[in-house]
Structures are given as structure tokens and as C-alpha cells.
Design a protein around this ligand. Structure first.
Ligand SMILES: NC(=O)c1ccc[n+]([C@@H]2O[C@H](COP(=O)([O-])OP(=O)(O)OC[C@H]3O[C@@H](n4cnc5c(N)ncnc54)[C@H](O)[C@@H]3O)[C@@H](O)[C@H]2O)c1
Length: 283
């Protein structure tokens, strides 16, 4: 099946990015959230981002106008009835996601594929809220969705090969490189491997082995990382990293993923990284 009418639920960091990406690649896309206020805010953010690209000479005003004209912003989930491929990008909460998938299942045509951008929740569990588990799949974009090349494709227990093929082709049409998991596992590849690495960097810091600057510099020079792990945690947000690790540790019961004490302490002190002005660095 060729995707013709994508639909995005949730216009937060990820949903707005996925919607913009679809429009940039020529799709007419509808993006919905729960209130006019949230939708308007996201729309303004997308417009501001595109305006910055004009200022940098990367796109023309015409390009911006045509991207925006392909994005239909709404609060009406019922509009999903005309869509053949839905990407859900709402809060990382299993109950909320199941509720939305149940609604989408009753709104959408039986052929429509329902994809979730979940980081660590179970696709099989999300799919259990629908009558089409063969058409439910994980399509994990990375932030910022417009730029990052990778899309992890995660199958649930009952996801069909046809659904995987269509999702792969759609990801490629969006200019991404899809990587299909051989089996379902919490957090796919990148979040899991990176989570362990980031935790270890905080352990080296907490043990007083080196300063934040030296740990980051060493990892850049010695491991070829484009950015130091502690600067990366600051960018992600210490609270977000902690929440991800809580989910992973809860599911895998493996000490490597346990949220480190130092992260818990810093979060309690309001040191959330770049967004709060202080984390491993001061901003
Ligand atoms: N932020 C990241 O770096 C990142 C990367 C990859 C995947 N993800 C995953 O993507 C999903 C979204 O993350 P985010 O960072 O964009 O979150 P976010 O908090 O920025 O946005 C979530 C949006 O969903 C909306 N929403 C909540 N319930 C809704 C409902 N019932 N109907 C419609 N909209 C609803 C909220 O109003 C909000 O605008 C999560 O599952 C997350 O794990 C996040």
C-alpha cells in the first residue's frame, strides 16, 4: 500500500516535527491536538522555524508558504477517517495511548495503519486496544524529526509483514533510513544503548574520576562522539533522561538502566539541564 494521506495525533515536539516533515515531502497532512491553544502554539513554532530557514537562505518564502498550505491543523480526531496512515505522538503514557488507539480504530477505515512514535511502551499492548493489531506498528522518529535520519520500526506480536513494508516505504519517502527491529523490545536500539552510555558517564562523574568537561572532551576525542554525554543529558533534560531510565529499568530489571542517584538528586534540586539554566553545566 502506498501512503497518500498521513495524519498526526499530538503536536508536541515530535508530532509537529513529523507533520512538518510530511508537508515538506509533499504530503497533505492533518495534525491534531486536544486544544486550539496548543494547536496555535505549535503552528506558530513551525512557522518560526521555517522563517529562520528563510533568513539563513535555506528555503524561499514560496517554499514556506507551500509547506504551511499542506498542513491542516485541527482539534478534531474524527478527521482521521480520511487518512490511510496515522502517526500517534502523544504523551508517553500507556493508558492515554490505548484510549486514543481505541478511538482511532473506530474512526479509521479498516485498511488504515496506526503507528505509534512511542519511545519505550509496548506496541503489542497499544495494539491490544484495537481490532487491527496486524496494522499497528512502532514508527520511532528522533528529535528533531525533520532532520534526524533514523526511523526505528518496531513490530508488535501481530504486526503484519505488509504493515512493516508500507511503514518502511513511507519512512523512505520521508527521506529517512528505516531500521526494522527483529523483535519487540522496550526502547528499540538507540534509546537503550544511549541510555546505558549516559548512565555510565554520570557514574564516572559521580565517582569524581573526572570533571564534566573532561568526560565530555574524552568521549568526543576517544570515542568519536559528536557531543559529550553529559552535555547531551543537559540537552535532553535530566528529568526526561530519568523518566526514560525509570521505564527501561522497570521493564528490563537491569541495573545498567537504573536512574543514577546523582540524576535523581539534581532533578530534585531543579537542575534539569539547558532548559532550567543548570545541569552538568551552567547556561
Ligand atoms: N521528545 C523526544 O525527543 C522524543 C523522541 C522520540 C520519541 N518520542 C515520543 O514521542 C511521543 C511524544 O513526545 P513529545 O516529546 O512530542 O511530547 P510532548 O509532550 O511535546 O507532546 C505531546 C502532545 O500530545 C498531546 N496530547 C496528549 N494527549 C492527547 C490526545 N488524547 N489527543 C491528541 N493529542 C494529545 C499533548 O497536548 C502534547 O501537545 C512520546 O511517546 C515520546 O516518548 C519523543
Amino acid at each position: 500500500m502506498e501512503v497518500k494521506k498521513p495524519f498526526v495525533v499530538g503536536v508536541g515536539i515530535m508530532g509537529a516535527g513529523v507533520g512538518q516533515l510530511c508537508a515538506q515531502k509533499g504530503y497533505d497532512v492533518t495534525v491534531v491536538d486536544t486544544s486550539e491553544e496548543i494547536v496555535e502554539k505549535a503552528k506558530a513554532k513551525v512557522s518560526a522555524g521555517l522563517s529562520r530557514r528563510i533568513e539563513k537562505g535555506k528555503i524561499t518564502q514560496e517554499d514556506m508558504d507551500s509547506v504551511l498550505s499542506r498542513m491542516n491543523w485541527s482539534t478534531d480526531l474524527e478527521l482521521a477517517k480520511d487518512s490511510d496512515f496515522v502517526v500517534e505522538a502523544i504523551f508517553e503514557n500507556i493508558e492515554v495511548k490505548k484510549e486514543v488507539f481505541q478511538k482511532l480504530d473506530s474512526i479509521c477505515s479498516p485498511e488504515t495503519i496506526l503507528a505509534s512514535n512511542t519511545t519505550a511502551l509496548s506496541i503489542s499492548e497499544i495494539a491490544s486496544a484495537t481490532s487491527r493489531p496486524d496494522k499497528v506498528i512502532g514508527m520511532h522518529f528522533f528529535n528533531p524529526a525533520v532532520i534526524m535520519k533514523l526511523v526505528e520500526i518496531i513490530r508488535g506480536d501481530e504486526t503484519s509483514d505488509g504493515t512493516i513494508e508500507t511503514t518502511k516505504e513511507f519512512a523512505e519517502k520521508l527521506g529517512k533510513v528505516p531500521i526494522v527491529m527483529a523483535k519487540e523490545a522496550p526502547a528499540g536500539i538507540v534509546s537503550r544503548v544511549l541510555g546505558g552510555l549516559l548512565n555510565e558517564a554520570t557514574a564516572v562523574y559521580a565517582d569524581g574520576i573526572a570533571s564534566a568537561e573532561d568526560i565530555d572532551e574524552a568521549m568526543k576525542l576517544g570515542a568519536g562522539l559528536p557531543m559529550g554525554p553529559l552535555a547531551l543529558i543537559d540537552m535532553i533534560g535530566l528529568d526526561i533522561h530519568m523518566a526514560k531510565m525509570e521505564i527501561l529499568y522497570g521493564k528490563l530489571k537491569d541495573e545498567r538502566y537504573k536512574p543514577p542517584e546523582i540524576i535523581k538528586k539534581m532533578v530534585a534540586e531543579g537542575k534539569l539541564g539547558k532548559k532550567s539554566g543548570e545541569g552538568f553545566y551552567k547556561y
